[in-house]
Write a protein that binds this ligand. Structure first.
Ligand code: UDX
Length: 442
């Protein structure tokens, strides 16, 4: 099949390379020349294990290229919209300007493929109702192209694996049965073996496919805030949240995943998706149905402030002249993404309140420097911890999990650590002379 991806950010670059590796002919389109140039040299403009190799391999086969020239879409049949839908600057809803712009840029080049009818496929996370609106926009641009919605569920750090071996494939198809049949045939050809083999396929209308994605992310966010709420009760009662998570996770109706208590969720998806979902529900007149998501968001933010307060107490009620080593800035390990990062929020807040903060992160340091130039950055944990009055572990990178408490103790002023991710073995750190605190564990 001949495909374009519109948008070569996180989602688009991964999707383009993955589809080319399956044998499709793919043009990745983006308006950003620097990004396109880097991708054509086999370099992803962000940190993602396994992606550079996949891009380089597909470039070599000639089945993948990146371009800023949207006219290249004319030779392709399937056009996959992979642009971002960030939170609006002045509100909780999703900003759909990139989706609209992608469709408008594409429209003049549709309906020319020699291989059959054009299919526009939406993969971006959008508020329910967007696909129906885009369908009308396509018709207004006099395009006969079909439209389908096909949400993605990839996790950063596992993007290639999640794209090539998804848990499920979801199609959102047009209401008209004939259009739906034709759109489905094209999607089936895109996801032909080996990708579709053994992968459950779920088919619904546009609204259902749009809602699958936001429901999934809202459920994950709810699990995390739920366990963080239990962690707070554990702290007040002497119980251990890790043991509780393990015990309830054995019930397969609950499951063990996404029950790690800590400083909460961040990143480019969960926080913005639950806010956009609430905003959209409000527009649809069903605000009350999702009121629990407001609490999920509040609980998530509270976790961050709880760690700031814990640190304040540990430092004797003052940040003045206190040196704080912050291990981790990315919103999760194996990522350089600092969007909505709880770790970076905490580091900035401590610095803003007068502490002398030194941050270290194996991948996100450049991004931290670009966004928070006032934060001091160290190349590694041992350097960051020099003379520290307290150490905070805020992103559970393997490097930090493997830290030797005895060696780290040598360099700090006070051996006190707050493990914001419950990633370390309390006994090991206490045996090495540390005061060890974590979230919801005695
Ligand atoms: C998420 C979804 O997992 C993915 O399916 C969707 O397509 C996009 O959003 P991602 O943003 O890459 O993916 O991150 P994820 O691994 O889900 O982690 C989100 C946040 O939750 C991180 O900040 C992580 O540290 C936190 N988290 C995760 C917890 O605090 N506890 C947990 O148990 C799990």
């Amino acid at each position: 099949m001949k495909l374009t991806t519109i948008g070569c950010g996180y989602l688009g670059a991964v999707y383009a390379a993955a589809m080319a590796s399956l044998g499709h002919d793919v043009v990745g389109l983006d308006v950003d020349e620097a990004k396109v140039a880097a991708l054509n040299e086999g370099r992803a403009p962000f940190y993602e294990p396994a992606l550079d190799d996949l891009i380089a391999e597909s470039l070599r086969t000639g089945r993948l290229r990146f371009s800023t020239d949207y006219a290249q879409a004319a030779t392709q049949q399937v056009h996959v919209i992979c642009v971002g839908t960030p939170q609006q600057i002045d509100g909780p809803g999703a900003d759909l300007r990139y989706v609209d712009a992608a469709l408008d840029a594409l429209a003049p080049h549709l309906d020319r493929s020699p291989d059959g009818p054009s299919l526009v496929v939406g993969r971006s996370t959008v508020p329910v109702g967007t696909a129906t609106r885009l369908r009308e926009r396509l018709a207004a641009a006099s395009s006969a192209a079909l439209l389908a919605w096909n949400p993605e569920f990839l996790r950063e750090g596992f993007a290639v694996e999640d794209t090539l071996r998804p848990d499920r494939i979801v199609y959102g198809l047009p209401e008209d049965p004939d259009e739906a049949r034709r759109a489905r045939e094209i999607l089936d050809a895109v996801y032909a073996s080996p990708l579709a083999e053994g992968t459950p396929l779920v088919v619904g209308n546009y609204a259902t496919a749009e809602l699958v994605k936001v429901s999934a992310n809202s459920f994950l966010a709810t699990k995390i805030s739920f366990i963080n709420a239990i962690a707070e009760v554990c702290e007040a009662s002497g119980a251990d949240v890790s043991t509780i998570a393990r015990a309830i996770g054995y019930d397969d109706r609950i499951g063990p995943k996404f029950l790690r208590a800590g400083i909460g969720f961040g990143g480019g998806c969960l926080p913005k998706d639950i806010r956009a979902f609430m905003a959209r529900a409000g527009e649809l007149g069903v605000t009350d149905a999702l009121s629990f998501l407001r609490e999920v968001d509040t609980l998530n933010n509270r976790q961050r402030d709880r760690v700031v307060n814990m640190t304040h107490r540990a430092l004797g009620g003052t940040f003045t002249h206190k040196r704080i080593a912050v291990l981790g800035a990315a919103f999760k390990p194996d990522s350089d993404d600092i969007r909505q990062s709880p770790a970076l929020y905490i580091a900035s807040k401590l610095s803003g309140r007068g502490a002398d903060v030194v941050v270290t992160d194996p991948a996100a340091a450049d991004n931290v420097h670009a966004q928070r130039p006032n934060l001091a950055i160290a190349p590694d944990a041992l350097t960051a911890a020099q003379g520290a009055d307290i150490v905070l572990l805020l992103t559970e990178w393997a490097q930090f999990r493997a830290l030797d408490p005895v060696a780290l103790r040598e360099v700090v002023a006070t051996p006190w650590i707050i493990d914001g991710r419950n990633a370390l073995d309390p006994q090991r750190w206490r045996d090495a002379g540390w005061t060890y605190q974590s979230i919801g564990r005695p």
